[in-house]
Design a protein around this ligand. Structure first.
Ligand SMILES: C[S@@+](CC[C@H](N)C(=O)[O-])C[C@H]1O[C@@H](n2cnc3c(N)ncnc32)[C@H](O)[C@@H]1O
Length: 210
């Protein structure tokens, strides 16, 4: 990531944190609603007994939502912001938290599923999304989920990035045959699921739907 973009993202969230402390507002989610987002992201598949990566994990609130111990999930969260990582480490007894930038990180192991929740909210660039999706698919064995602020809004917050669901669908379809867009859970946000396994049966259906 270019230094000025990295610094802009770091400064933005750090300033929010100075104003709000350990609250969703510090993650740029002023009205909360995190659990709805987390529910939808986790509905990508049955993610019990899997290894997951949470890119741009903030305080690791997704880990809390997932109830990782009960579901036997091995959770890794990364974020460029060391303040968030320090807090995440102090409040969670499970999971691994690391200060890392997804763009320059080389992982030595693969995950089953990777998630990027709110990670593109300040980066309105389709090339960035395509690179991020490509990288996420490389390090994931089963699939990825990402969410976005939608271009279907009547108001855009200054500095926020809004994406066209149609364009995101096209990018995802270049990378996998099996893609799902959901724009049904919050009016101004949507997400994409991209699956690695797109094996077709003789019937020309995806294996999971045979
Ligand atoms: C909107 S917040 C969402 C936090 C968390 N996913 C949640 O929903 O509670 C976005 C987070 O992504 C992090 N982030 C942005 N770009 C990143 C990158 N390239 N690598 C790692 N983290 C990144 C930011 O520091 C910030 O904490």
């Amino acid at each position: 990531m270019k230094k000025e973009i990295h610094d802009a993202i770091y400064n933005h969230y750090t300033e929010l944190f100075q104003n709000h402390g350990k609250k969703p507002a510090s993650l740029g989610w002023p009205k909360g609603r995190q659990d709805i987002r987390f529910k939808v992201m986790s509905e990508i598949a049955n993610i019990k007994n899997s290894k997951i990566l949470d890119i741009g994990c903030g305080f690791g609130d997704f880990l809390t939502y997932l109830n990782v111990k009960k579901r036997n999930i091995e959770y890794t969260g990364i974020d460029i912001n060391p303040i968030f990582i320090k807090i995440a480490k102090s409040i969670h007894s499970s999971g691994s938290f690391q200060k890392r930038d997804i763009e320059i990180t080389k992982f030595s192991k693969k995950f089953d599923w990777s998630f990027a929740i709110g990670t593109t909210n300040m980066k309105g660039n389709y090339d960035y999304v395509e690179n991020l999706m490509t990288e996420m698919l490389k390090i994931s064995k089963k699939g990825i989920a990402m969410d976005f602020m939608s271009s279907y809004v009547d108001f855009k917050r200054k500095g926020s990035s809004h994406f066209s669901p149609e364009k995101i669908f096209k990018i995802a379809k270049k990378l996998s045959k099996r893609v799902s867009i959901r724009h049904d859970y919050l009016p101004f946000e949507f997400c994409v699921y991209v699956y690695k396994d797109s094996v077709l049966t003789k019937n020309q259906t995806f294996k999971d739907f045979k």
